[in-house]
Each structure stands twice: as C-alpha cells, then as structure tokens.
Design a protein around this ligand. Structure first.
Ligand code: CDP
Length: 808
C-alpha cells in the first residue's frame, strides 16, 4: 500500500504539520480545562509541613523584641524561625538580583508594611496561621518615608542602617543613605543644547504609579531536603528555574548537581515570579532543619503587598521641537522608587532596565536620560510587570510627552507622530540613547491603524461632540488616544545582558525518537503563554514532524538545558531561536543519513516540507520519519547513531516589536465613569508563529493595560500603610469591565532571528497603557489640560472634570 503522506502535495503535507503560521489549538488546554493542571499547591508529600509568615504591621519600626514561646507551644507547631536563627547560617540576608541584599527575616528593623519578621512551621496552614497570631513582636514605630521625591532630603529618615555608611553601591557612587544609584544614558550636552535652542519646548512631569502584578496563582514553593542522598528539590512558581538553582547553590553551599528546581504549571507570572523571595529561603532552611518537606503558599493580600512591585517611576521630561513639529531633543530625569531593598529584576548592567528606549519610535537626534534609584518604606521588587525591563515606563513617558507637545504646538497628535516616526529606510536604526532597532515599517502600521478606525471621522465626531457639550446638549466628552510603541525584547545578547553573572542566552534540546516523534526541552517556562503549542510549531516547520508528534517540556532543571527563563517576552526571541537552530542541526544530520540511504551526495538533496528529495528527481526521497528510524537502525559510516541536538542561542541583538493603538473613550463628566467605546490594536511581532495565540496574548495584555491605566495602584499613606492591597481596592478587571478588543497586524520580520520572529506577550501592555491614558487626557485637551496622572479611575476622572469646572 502506498503511504498517503508520500503521494500528497507539498501544500497538503505542510498543512498537516501545523507549523509556522497555523492557528493550532492550545495543546495545554485539554489539561487545564479539565482541572488536570498541576500547580505547586497541588503537591502533597508525606510528612509535609506548612510555613507562614509573621509580617510587620508597620512601614518603618524598630523591633524591640520577638517572643515566640506561646507560638512554639501550640500543638502542631514544629518551629518558629527569626533572623537570630538564620544568622549562624549567614542566611538572614540574601543577595538580590540588583546587587543589593535583602533581609530574609527582619533584622532589628522593619522597613515596609508586610515585611517578613518570623517564619512559623506547623502541621497545616490553619495551625500555622494560628501560631502566627501568637508570636508577640514589640515594635517602636519610626517615621516612614513614602515619598520618593523626599528620599534624598536632609531630614529624610535613614532607612537602611545596614549600609548607611557605604558610599559605593552595586551601580556606582551613593550620595545619600537613601540613594541607590544614578544611571545615565545619552549625550547631556547635545540634549541640553537642543532644548536651549529650540523653537518650542514642552515640559511635563509624568508619574507611573506603583502597581503589583496580580497573577491568579500567588507565589509559593515546596522545599524538600533529602538528607540521605543530600539532594534538595524545590518545586516553585519560578519564571527562571535554572537561575534559582544556581543562586540556591551559591547561597546554601549545596553542590548545584544536588539541587533540582521544578516549575510545574504556573498560573500567570507577569514578572511577579522572577525574584527570589524570603518564603523560598525560609522553606529550604526549614526543610533542612526539620528533615521534612515544607510548603509555603502566599495568600492574595501577601502577594499584593509584599512580593515584587512594578513601576513607581516619576519622570520629569522636556521635549524640544521646531514650530512645524520636528522633534529635536529630549531630556528625562527619573526618580525611581525601589522600596526598602533594591531587588529590581534587571540585567546587571541596566539598573534602570531598558528605560533608555524612551525616545520611543521617533527619530530624535539628541537625548539624555538620568535615573536616580532611591529607597523608601515600601515593598521591594521592581519587576517587569508584563513588559520588558522598564519599557512600559519609557513608552508611557514618550507617548505622553508627544501628546503634551502636540497640545503645545496645536497639532494633531497622530500627525505629530507621523512626522517624527523613524522611516523604514532608516532601519537598522541606532537611537540617540544607544539601541539598534532591528527592523520596522512604522508609517505603514500607523497609516493602517488610522485608516481602519477612520481617524478623520473620529476627530470630526469629537469636534461636534465638544460643541454639543458647550451648548449643554450632552454631558459626555469623547477622548481619542493614539499610541505608537516600540518594544525591546529578547535579552541577551550575553555580552550586554546577564543576571547575577549568568549570560542571558537560552536553549533547546531535541530528541527524535526512532518512530519519528520527538521531545523538545527548553530553558524557558510557560506561565500560560502556550509554549507547548507554539514551540512545537517552530519545530514542525524546521524538521517536518507534525506538531502533534512533538512534546515540549520546560521547567525541570534535572532535564531541561540551562536557560535564563521566561520574562520580558524573551522566550520567542531567544529560546524560539534556539529551537529553530536545534531543529536545523537535526535536519543537517538527517540530510547526511538521507544522502547515504539514497546513495547521492548531500548537495544533491533538497528539503521539501517533511523530507529530503533528490534534486530534479523528487520521487526519490526519504521522509523525516524514515530518517528518524534509520538514525537508530542503520550503521551509517562516519555518523553516530541517534538523532538529537542541542542549541544554546546567544542572540546578536534584541528584537523590536512595535504597534499602533487607538483607544476611544466616552467620559460622563458628572460621574467620571469612563467607557471604552473602541480599542484597536495593531501589532507587528515579525513572523507570526500562531496567530490565535498572538491574539490571546494581545487580549490579555490589553486587559492588564486597562487595569493599570484605569485603576490599579498600590498606594501608601503617610505612615506607610498600604492602601489598595486587596482585590476590593485593587482593580482586577473581569469580563464585565473588559471591552471587546479589535486586533490587527503587519509583519516586519526580524532580520537576525532565525525565523524572523519578535516577542509579543508584553507589547499590548506597553502600547495599551499609553493609549488609554492618552484617550482620557485627550477628552479634556480642548479645555487646556495637558496631563493628568494615572490611574484614571472614575473618582479621579471626576475630580479632573470638577477641577475644570465641568461638573454640575
Ligand atoms: O516570553 P513569553 O513567552 O512571555 O513571550 P513571547 O515570546 O512574546 O511569546 C508569547 C506566546 O506568543 C508564545 O506562545 C509564542 O510562541 C507566541 N508568539 C507567536 O506565536 N509569534 C510571535 N512572533 C511571537 C510570539
């Protein structure tokens, strides 16, 4: 019988592979929708105990005493750890990703509300929680520092007594006990000159409020030290399991081969699960001390108030232009509130992340940026909440500055953007702040967006609406927000980017089995992005094996090749490239086997979809399935048996996805209720692996952008109490608040990525926040308002309307 696959057309065979560009259904969902996901809290082990924290009720206080006796005598309590117990192990402080140290358990002082003070270990969560209540801590409250702009003042309270006299930090000189670093990029003189000589200068201070990522699953781990074989296994919500293994080895002294880190299914990361938290360290110590596994799982409030924050950037900008709207210079001075410890998750050389992408998508000849990192009495962190490192801050800054400049010039914001976007011919484009943008066709994207939403008609409608408002015929104002963003994703390259000295490459290892199915293991870890679906698609196209026959596995350091993990949309640009390259190695070996089997020279073979065929004689071929079997079955002279490959990919550059977004809001000035009437998002992420997954990523990212722009804020009162640290106060949109999203795309492949793909997961947050904020600000622009701070919740929007004398 003839094998049907051998007689089908190339197109039919290609379609069956479900490779690049296919809207393949998510293979993960068969498990997730049937309750078969396996998350950290699903792990149950014999004898397992549970850990819980005593946390500080104060933002800043001295600890006078800790009395754990009552807690220790509660039946079911196994241990109570304090800093004093960790000191002999030198584990009361741990290194942070930013070169600082962070208290694992408070040592003499608490520095933010919710800080970990003691770790209680008990037979179940409930006993642990009861015991937490019994630990008596005597505090002496100290003045709290919550305003980052006051942190470097002469009268500011000194927060970090442990490093108060250090004049040097991990990123250079410190000029005040609360100063962490000053980081600069660009040419201060040239930017200053451009501003001094400009025909028009617009100035604005733009704050991006403190928010916390809010994944459905909070952070947690199960640590299990097997004292017999000396092996430590930690299952946890880790976005970078290999890095956790290396850090755990360095801190604990346990040889790295005796540590196994496993990230099982993860219910959303968004940067929240990149850092190392005291809960992990305490669980490991407790497991070593007690000899049994220890589980620690945060509750929602702990997650919102104590684990990694994002943003809290306060950006003073000046933008210079000619009278006809050509931008000539940009300056930005940032005060970055890093909280009590500098635990920002950035590549080592970038203490302000990639904030120097803040010239955005525009051809700005001179620019300078300086960032001051400061300590305050707030939670540490500084993670890339669904964005690449500090890119959403940068994009928000420039997109608001462009709108502010447009008002100053009395020019349409879309027209100002079109006038200054980097032209297609300028790529690869080196920005004034030092980045080399790989590829783009910004004008095509912007023009497509404006045409699709019929921008002219929208502006005409807005003008008519404003006139009707002035005549008292309506109480609604319409706002049109335009945003054009450029992301920078895919850290490496290794020469520029490392985390704690670990170069930011990534990896893929492939094993083809004799029967022609395969397993691919990667150094990344999906948290809902659908890697098992899409990475198999890359391979299906590269090696001609149907995606359904390729298992993708991530997250177990005992089996996966070393990689730096998933955050900042780096999976596709880096691990996706490694996957394609490993696939090409497989194909190269398969070609040698095919040449031997077909008795031709390798150069006489050509690849077609799923097979090597003889050039000019396509009926003589060997399929990948046949070649897989041959690899295990034939003694091919000079070639080792088996069909496996591994690629460690060091990207030559990052990828620069971009997009044009338009948001239309209607604001009821009497209530501040802001309705999103329409949101159009055009994304260009280069070659599209799976359009359906991309659409899902964009929907998710836009929903988080809506959340941030329109409501999320972790605020602090003057004594350091967190306001907004629960889901009654913290805006987590449901289907009720979420509008319908319109998605669109252009395709500009990355020239240096093996399949031309750029990342996409973070783009909608980067572009979305600006589009929402621009829309709200635009609604009031005709009344002389240039900028209001986020979040634009109904109350604040109403206050703006009131300030402008619009309310009834
Ligand atoms: O690093 P992370 O997975 O968060 O972000 P990403 O690399 O942007 O990928 C998110 C999801 O979108 C993955 O499943 C990718 O394979 C998919 N994707 C795609 O289908 N095509 C692209 N050009 C980029 C991402």
């Amino acid at each position: 019988m003839t094998d049907p696959i051998q007689t089908e057309s190339a197109e039919a065979r290609a379609e069956k592979l479900q490779g690049l560009g296919c809207e393949r259904k998510r293979v993960e969902d068969a498990r997730f929708t049937r309750g078969k996901g396996h998350y950290v809290d699903d792990i149950k082990m014999p004898g397992m105990l549970f850990g819980d924290f005593v946390r500080s009720p104060y933002g800043h206080a001295r600890i006078k005493s800790i009395d754990a006796e009552a807690a220790k005598t509660l039946p079911g309590v196994a241990a109570v750890l304090t800093a004093e117990d960790l000191k002999p192990l030198n584990l009361h402080y741990m290194p942070t990703l930013a070169g600082d140290v962070q208290a694992v358990l408070a040592d003499g002082k608490v520095l933010f509300q919710g800080q970990e003070v003691a770790f209680v270990v008990a037979e179940d969560r409930y006993v642990a929680a009861d015991a937490v209540e019994l630990v008596e801590v005597e505090y002496e409250p100290l003045p709290a520092l919550v305003d980052p702009l006051a942190a470097l003042g002469d009268d500011a309270p000194i927060l970090r007594e442990d490093i108060a006299d250090k004049n040097e930090g991990a990123h250079g000189a410190r000029r005040h006990p609360n100063h962490i670093f000053t980081w600069e990029a660009g040419d201060a003189e040239a930017a200053g000159r451009a501003i001094d000589e400009a025909e028009v200068v617009a100035k604005e201070t733009i704050s991006y409020q403190r928010v916390h990522p809010c994944p459905l699953e909070t952070c947690g781990c199960v640590a299990s030290m097997d004292k017999v074989n000396g092996k430590l296994t930690v299952w946890g919500t880790f976005q970078a399991p290999h890095a956790v293994r290396t850090v755990a080895s360095l801190i604990s002294g346990i040889p790295e081969h005796n540590i196994r880190i496993v990230s099982p299914d993860i219910g959303g990361g968004f940067g929240n699960k990149v850092g190392v938290y005291p809960g992990y360290v305490c669980s490991i110590v407790a497991s070593i001390v007690t000899g049994v596994p220890i589980k620690w799982i945060e509750d929602r409030i702990e997650n919102l108030i104590a684990t990694a924050f994002a943003r809290d950037y306060h950006m003073a900008g000046e933008i210079a232009a000619t009278r006809d709207g050509r931008i000539t210079g940009l300056k930005c001075r940032v005060t970055a509130d890093h909280g009590a410890f500098d635990a920002c998750a950035d590549p080592t050389k970038f203490p302000a992340g990639f904030f120097n992408i803040c010239t955005g998508s525009y051809d700005i000849p001179a620019a300078h940026v300086a960032v001051d990192g400061v300590y305050t009495n707030k939670a540490p962190g500084g993670v890339a909440y669904r964005c690449s490192f500090r890119v959403t801050e940068a994009s928000y800054f420039i997109e608001r500055m462009i709108d502010v400049l447009a008002r100053r010039l009395d020019m349409d914001p879309a027209e100002l953007r079109l006038k200054n976007l980097i032209a297609k011919e300028q790529f690869p484009y080196t920005s004034a702040l030092g980045w080399e943008y790989d590829s783009g066709d910004y004008h095509a994207a912007m023009e497509k967006a404006l045409a699709t939403v019929d921008y002219e008609a929208l502006r005409a409608e807005q003008r008519a609406g404003r006139e009707a408002f002035a005549r008292g015929e309506t109480r609604t104002l319409m706002g049109i927000g335009v945003a054009f963003f450029t992301e920078i994703v895919g850290a490496g390259p290794v020469k520029n980017c490392d985390i704690l000295g670990l170069g930011m490459f990534d990896s893929c290892e492939i094993r083809i089995h004799p029967t022609g199915s395969a397993i691919a293991r990667l150094g990344t870890i999906s948290q809902g992005q659908g890697h098992a679906t899409t990475f198999a698609q890359i391979l299906a196209t590269e090696i001609g094996i149907p995606a359904d026959q390729i298992a993708v596995e991530e997250g177990d350091t005992d089996t996966a090749p070393y990689g730096l993990g998933t955050y900042g949309s780096r999976s596709t640009p880096v691990a996706g490239a490694a996957t394609a390259m490993a696939g090409r190695k497989i194909r190269a070996k398969a070609q040698m086997i095919a040449a031997w089997l077909l008795e031709v020279h390798e150069d006489d073979l050509e690849w077609e979809v799923d097979r090597f065929q003889v050039k000019g004689n396509p009926e003589r071929f060997k399929t990948m399935t046949e070649l897989a079997f041959a690899a295990y079955n034939q003694a091919v002279p000079g070639i080792e048996p088996g069909l496996e490959a591994v690629s460690y990919y060091d990207p030559p550059n990052m990828t620069y996805p971009f997009g044009a977004y338009v948001c239309i809001v209607d604001i009821d000035v009497d209530t501040g209720v802001t309705s999103v009437r329409r949101f159009y998002a055009l994304d260009d992420c280069g070659t599209r692996i799976n359009p359906m997954i991309i659409e899902g990523q964009v929907h998710g990212g836009l929903t988080e952008a809506l959340a941030i722009a329109m409501g999320q804020e972790i605020a602090y009162d003057e004594v350091g109490n967190v306001t907004g640290g629960n889901l009654i106060d913290y805006f987590l949109p449901t289907a009720v608040e979420t509008p319908a999203w319109e998605t669109d795309f252009t395709v500009t492949p990355s020239p240096h990525h093996p399949i031309g793909a750029k990342g996409v997961g973070e783009s909608p947050n980067v572009g979305g926040v600006s589009a929402f904020s621009n829309a709200v600000n635009d609604a009031f622009a005709h009344l002389g308002l240039t900028h209001t701070q986020m979040p634009h919740d109904h109350w604040r929007v109403w206050k703006t309307a009131e300030r402008l004398g619009l309310t009834g």
